[in-house]
Design a protein around this ligand. Sequence first.
Ligand SMILES: Cc1cc2nc3c(=O)[nH]c(=O)nc-3n(C[C@H](O)[C@H](O)[C@H](O)COP(=O)(O)OP(=O)(O)OC[C@H]3O[C@@H](n4cnc5c(N)ncnc54)[C@H](O)[C@@H]3O)c2cc1C
Length: 374
Amino acid sequence: MIKQRILVVGAGFAGAVLARELAESGHYLIDVIDSRSHIAGNCFDPYDDKMQLRIHQYGPHIFHTNDKGIFDYLSRFTQWLPYEHKVEALVEGIGFVPFPINIKTINLLYNKSFSKESEMKIFLSQLCEHHSKIENARHAAENLYGKELVELFFARYTKKMWDLELEELPASIVARLPVRYDDRSGYFDDKFQAMPKDGYITLFKNLLNHADIKVHLQTSFERTMEVKYTHVFNSMAIDEYYDFEFEALPYRSIKYDHQYKNDHYQPVPTINMTDLGPITRYTDWRLYPGCGSTESQAIVSYESPCSYEDNNNERYYPVKTVDDIPQTRYKKYERLSLENKKCTFIGRCGQYRYLDMHQVAANSRVIAKKFMLS
Ligand SMILES: Cc1cc2nc3c(=O)[nH]c(=O)nc-3n(C[C@H](O)[C@H](O)[C@H](O)COP(=O)(O)OP(=O)(O)OC[C@H]3O[C@@H](n4cnc5c(N)ncnc54)[C@H](O)[C@@H]3O)c2cc1C
């Protein structure tokens, strides 16, 4: 039997899972290319030998899902360390407070001693606004927390993160945060929350370790490559593939400043800033399970958002606004892509959607299955 040749662009979750699924069918020979010098996409977590610490080079990646199927699937390629993600916010004049806002946050900020959910609910009901039509993220957030808390925890962070006002963003971005009326401090509510025991790079090595998969690093996609293959699965930015025919799709990016620190203390792995400075959050890698030592010096990574053009075209977060301009532009690219029988767009930049790791992995499995049945 002659195996069909497939090209996969991108060795992140989208490409690696897709390649694996096709390879396991036994019908394909898959070339995976990536323009970077490493596999694992944005989950790349190299080990710093000097500090004996693993850091996530493109920002903290916490695996969390309610999808048992995808958790079990990925468990074939990694063991896990259970980890419930914790974030606190640094508030001027007060210090660290739990985030998402919970009963302890309110007690610390307003000098209260609430212990019951009912007390928290009554207090918040006095603070919160009553926008009858929720047209944007500000309305959604103010209906939950009121103007003062929204300014402190959401409006400033949003301005830094997106260079947009809350009014310009859809209400759905607020829906991603859990609302806590008790003292629970976990950032996510998902059933499965964990970090890969030996890091993401090992998980990706195992995913891509198959006789019918060949990985070519430092290899950028060019259209002329397509002729050699039956089909291309492509996780590059869809607007770039089409030479920006309908103008560029906007993305936010982040610059990371990884600093070696003596005597550093923070109570939880990630701290959100609530001030007006450029940094949104910082991470102490010693506090993540599987990242290494809990003693001595720290590597602390500070995040400053920026446009992707200011960061070597590193596209991180697709921007969606209430005016629908980016979404409408993407739809034009999507329409073109649906006529393209040679290439299927996958992943965060191929589909212009913010997707968590488990969603990207699950999508790639579905796309591979559909392709194999076609
Ligand atoms: C800062 C940040 C934090 C995140 N935190 C979490 C988290 O905590 N939990 C979670 O579940 N998800 C998180 N995510 C989302 C997660 O990163 C994505 O779900 C996942 O990386 C998407 O996989 P992907 O393969 O689509 O993209 P990527 O991981 O970006 O991989 C795409 C690959 O394609 C390559 N490529 C692009 N263009 C070309 C080209 N022209 N030629 C060759 N190669 C190319 C790139 O070099 C890259 O390696 C986070 C994302 C960001 C940006």
